[in-house]
Design a protein around this ligand. Structure first.
Ligand code: MRU
Length: 366
């Protein structure tokens, strides 16, 4: 997608063939900066500090990180250590584990001397695959928006989204935003309610920035406003992303997603989850088994933003010494989800629906 008219992806190989370049998302929307990753430590740091974030992008970065690790030590022990090191950086998005396992499978049987190049090629393939997968998710989701638009006789379709499941969370297109971009590009009038998404404001700082850069009409709202707009007929459809879907269709996503799903259920607003195949954890039977990342209390106790003089600063919003808790994700039970939008099509949000799209998982699904 474009920033100031220039097409970007969120991650790309460096010209020297020895490094990887990312957009530093901790600086957006106030500054556009790129960072070059030259080692597995750089990649791990980028994931941990959320210079890169969003399940698919975490996976792609981890794959490149493993390739960087193998440049330094391609032994069996080096491979195992790098996988363990990268995997522990963020626990909830299963794409991290998935991308590491895919890359391990590609390189493990090779001679150590051939592993780094093969891992780089695999990381590039994972990134390319994510672009095409997200494009397909958008093509399927577009049909939902088109139907609503026809029902509304061309009045804008109002879509609510939470956090950032946009192109910045993937390599391009996004998952939840891909149907929105494709509808907008097809001339279907859409308007997006963007949840700010406390405490890190991925909605305010990333989703609003993306939509503005692409010219998609949108309005930023506080996290607590979504239910109100749903009650008043101002939301036609919710589409969110996910960090892990279990075999029964339960959905882990950014904290607050569950409350939006409850409000949507109560008000009869369709609630869809957009996801690539790499976000399904077939080994878990239900969402109660998903590890939920607990992040620093500072993210709750402080706010980060631009001051009138242009400097970016962090300020305290609670009395010194206030205890705070910060679970980064919650689990929305499958019964609250209208359907999944995947690269293979749209399915009901349950085990049967998922297996109808991925029949090859019948033997492995928990
Ligand atoms: O903590 P983050 O910013 O990595 O969380 C991101 C989300 O929760 C996204 O909705 C999810 O990863 C889906 S991204 C297509």
């Amino acid at each position: 997608m474009k920033i100031n008219g220039t097409p970007y992806r969120t991650i790309w190989p460096g010209n020297d063939g020895q490094s990887v370049v990312i957009i530093d998302q901790t600086q957006l929307p106030h500054r556009f900066e790129t960072v070059t990753l030259r080692s597995v430590e750089d990649a791990a740091h980028a994931i941990l500090t959320m210079q890169v974030r969003g399940a698919p992008l975490i996976g792609a970065t981890a794959a490149y990180g493993l390739a960087l690790a193998l440049r330094a030590d391609a032994s069996d022990q080096g491979l195992a250590n790098a996988i363990a090191f990268l995997a522990k950086q963020r626990p909830t998005a299963v794409n991290l584990r998935w991308a590491l396992e895919e890359t391990r499978r590609t390189v493990a049987s090779l001679a150590p001397g051939a592993r780094a190049d093969a891992a780089f090629a695999k990381a590039r393939a994972i990134a390319e695959d994510d672009v095409e997968t997200c494009r397909r998710i958008g093509a399927h989701g577009l049909s939902l928006i088109r139907t609503l638009s026809e029902k509304k006789k061309g009045q804008p379709v109002n879509i609510l989204t939470h956090c950032n499941a946009g192109w910045l969370a993937c390599v391009d297109w996004g998952t939840a935003t891909s149907p929105i971009y494709q509808a907008h590009d097809a001339g279907i009038p859409v308007h997006v309610w963007v949840d700010e998404t406390r405490p890190r404001y991925q909605g305010a700082s990333l989703t609003a920035f993306e939509l503005m850069s692409h010219g998609v009409p949108h309005t930023l709202i506080v996290d607590n406003a979504g239910g109100h707009y749903m009650q008043h007929g101002k939301v036609d459809l919710c589409i969110v992303g996910t960090d892990r879907v279990t075999a029964n269709g339960d959905v882990a996503n950014k904290i607050g997603t569950y409350l939006k799903a409850l409000a949507a259920h109560d008000t009869g607003v369709p609630f869809y989850v957009a996801l690539p195949y790499s976000t399904i954890d077939w080994s878990l039977a239900s969402g109660t088994e998903i590890p939920i990342e607990e992040r620093s209390a500072d993210e709750v106790l402080k706010m980060h933003g631009r001051l009138p003089d242009g400097t970016v600063a962090t300020v305290d919003i609670a009395a010194a010494g206030t205890p705070a808790a910060n679970p980064a994700f919650d689990v929305t039970p499958a019964r609250l989800v209208t359907g999944f939008i995947t690269e293979r099509g749209i399915s009901p949000a349950d085990r049967t629906g998922l297996l109808s799209l991925y029949p090859e998982q019948r033997e492995t699904a928990a």
